[in-house]
Design a protein around this ligand. Structure first.
Ligand code: ADP
Ligand code: MG
Length: 243
């Protein structure tokens, strides 16, 4: 699903250049649920932006679902972002003046999906994220967990093969966070969706099957999470995180 070779990002400001991603080599297979952990400022969000085509790499190769991203025109890249990737943010990023249904329909509108099809798809999605009855609510009338479920429905609207989630439970209390993680887990199991989730919460990371530990713009270690060994792996990672 994702192959990167020597993927890098440098930010230039005046005379200074700041290397944020230092040549990442990574392979993520179709259907994997991967968590990325690491200290604040280590480049996790930047890496996710690169993977989602929200930002352009300074160097290296990036192939998503068979497409080399750097070979795309601007128009093709916009299409890629709408069709291939669903993005979920810590602060939901819903449009406050739009209802739940309108927020979910946003990408479908941009992509010219016929109204009748949109209606059907919205109904399916509302059901799948358990928001029946909230169709005409505005984001401000919903709890954080409900807003994040709207954001997940919106991310799924175009049937992407990849979900990128940046601290999706970062603004939620434990109970609401748990609901969101169970929802993502269920979608992953039911549909074979590939998920890459940045989190610094060990509770959230344990929902994944694999954890990448990211530090100073590099992948420092890569762990398979097998049932029964999760707590042990997590203890080691937390020790590294707090070192
Ligand atoms: P993380 O998500 O791991 O906390 P980020 O990817 O947000 O880290 O940031 C990594 C580093 O890149 C930080 O030092 C941050 O200041 C820098 N950075 C992020 N975005 C930009 C930008 N648009 N311009 C300049 N520097 C940036
Ligand atoms: Mg971040």
């Amino acid at each position: 699903m994702i192959i990167t070779k020597n993927l890098g990002k440098v930010y230039e400001s005046g005379e200074q250049s700041h290397v944020v991603i230092k040549g990442v080599d990574l392979q993520i297979n179709k259907g994997e649920f991967v968590a990325i952990m690491g200290p604040s400022g280590s480049g996790k969000s930047t890496l996710l932006h690169l993977l989602g085509g929200l930002d352009t790499p300074s160097n290296g190769e990036l192939r998503i679902d068979g497409t080399e991203i750097s070979s795309l025109s601007e128009k093709e890249l916009a299409y890629f972002r709408r069709r291939k990737v669903g993005y979920i943010f810590q602060n939901y990023q819903l449009l406050p003046s739009m209802t739940v249904s309108e927020n979910i329909a946003f990408t479908m509108n941009a992509d010219g999906v016929p109204q009748k099809k949109q209606k059907q798809r919205i109904a399916e999605l509302i059901k799948s994220v358990n928001l029946e009855g909230k169709e005409h609510f505005f984001p401000s009338q919903l709890s954080g967990g409900q807003q994040q479920r709207v954001a997940i429905a919106r991310a799924l609207a175009m049937n992407p093969s990849l979900i990128l989630a940046d601290e999706p439970t970062g603004n939620l209390d434990r109970k609401m966070g748990k609901d969101i993680l169970h929802l993502l887990s269920r979608l992953h199991h039911d549909t074979g969706l590939t998920i890459v989730m940045v989190t610094h919460d060990p509770y959230a990371a344990k929902f994944a099957e694999r954890i990448l530990f990211f530090k100073d713009g590099e992948i420092q270690s890569d762990h398979k999470l097998v049932e029964g060994e999760k707590d042990h792996v997590m203890e080691n990672l937390l020790a590294k995180l707090n070192a």
